[in-house]
Design a protein around this ligand. Structure first.
Ligand SMILES: Nc1ncnc2c1ncn2[C@@H]1O[C@H](COP(=O)(O)OP(=O)(O)OP(=O)(O)O)[C@@H](O)[C@H]1O
Ligand SMILES: [Mg+2]
Length: 279
């Protein structure tokens, strides 16, 4: 199994002055995000919350090295990110399980692609499947799994390669409320003591506060930028099933929502104005 690469100095993820622009079909330039500064220390759990279209996925893609910023710099552990960020695993909103491979082969993928023998990869995968409660489902295909089981498979798939950074783009948004809370609890249990940095994207402020050390708020687009950053000083370990009643949670939620709702309203008003223009 590949060992975690030695942690060199610096932030796990460090975006400095990052702007991303895209050409539009009309030949103009669209600024998705502008001047993003984001620093994530090793071992920290940071969530990014913002209205739809505010550039959350764009930021994650830049951290992953899947998109290059138009201006600014992306570093990971002190090294400029050029090409795919090898220190990071990515968990997409729609999990990326291969439908023609069994659960165990899906989980083994990162290891076999790194040259680990199939036997060794399978033995490590079995350890992970046990960890995520899928010990008896190794030979199933993805379509034979529930939504929660698919997410557990995707988590095992992302963690088995022992990355220093987990980039998660709304990983639980498609799940029902109860399954989602169970998955959030399981994620925190895995993450605690792991030393891994997590950058977690969500629309759901409750989820962001419950999980994170820090919540970063993105403003309305176009040209979104960071409009607020909040330290979540709720003690750990946290029991996510009861956390919403914690007075500190309630106070933080009120404060952060006060900021976020301004941006959500702006996004809504912009969308209505565009519709009006188009009509
Ligand atoms: N490849 C692309 N080409 C052109 N425009 C793009 C491209 N990728 C993203 N955009 C635009 O950039 C903006 C930010 O997109 P992004 O997907 O990062 O937002 P988001 O915050 O993740 O939204 P959501 O919450 O809906 O997932 C959007 O207006 C989107 O249309
Ligand atoms: Mg997105």
């Amino acid at each position: 199994m590949p060992a975690a690469q030695p942690a060199t100095s610096g932030y796990a993820v460090e975006l400095t002055g990052c702007t991303k622009q895209f050409p539009t079909s009309g030949g103009e330039t669209y600024f998705a995000v502008r001047d993003i500064d984001l620093k994530v220390e090793p071992g920290r759990f940071v969530s990014i919350v913002g209205p739809t279209g505010s550039g959350k996925s764009t930021i994650l893609n830049m951290a992953a090295g899947l998109l290059t910023p138009s201006f600014g710099e992306v570093k990971s552990f002190g090294e400029p990110v050029a090409g795919v960020n090898r220190r990071a695993s990515y968990m997409f909103q729609q999990d990326a399980l291969l439908p023609w491979k069994t659960v165990i082969d899906n989980v083994s993928l990162g290891l076999t692609m790194a040259g680990v023998s199939k036997a060794e990869a399978h033995s490590e995968s079995r350890r992970w499947l046990e960890k995520v409660g899928l010990k008896n489902f190794a030979d199933r295909y993805p379509h034979q799994l529930s939504g929660g089981m698919r997410k557990r498979t995707a988590i095992a798939q992302a963690w088995i390669v022992n990355p220093d950074i987990l980039l998660m783009d709304e990983p639980f948004s498609a799940l029902d409320v109860q399954t989602r809370q169970i998955m959030e609890n399981e994620l925190l249990q895995l993450w605690q003591e792991s030393g891994k940095a997590v950058v977690f994207i969500t629309h759901d402020l409750d989820e962001a506060i419950a999980l994170s050390d820090e919540v970063v708020i993105l403003g309305a687009g176009p040209g979104s930028t960071v409009v607020g950053s909040y330290q979540i000083d709720i003690p750990r370990p946290r029991d996510l099933l009861d956390i919403r009643d914690d007075p500190r949670f309630v106070a933080l939620h009120r404060e952060i929502w006060g900021r976020l709702k301004v941006e959500v309203s702006k996004t809504y008003e912009n969308a209505m104005a565009e519709e009006g223009e188009a009509a």
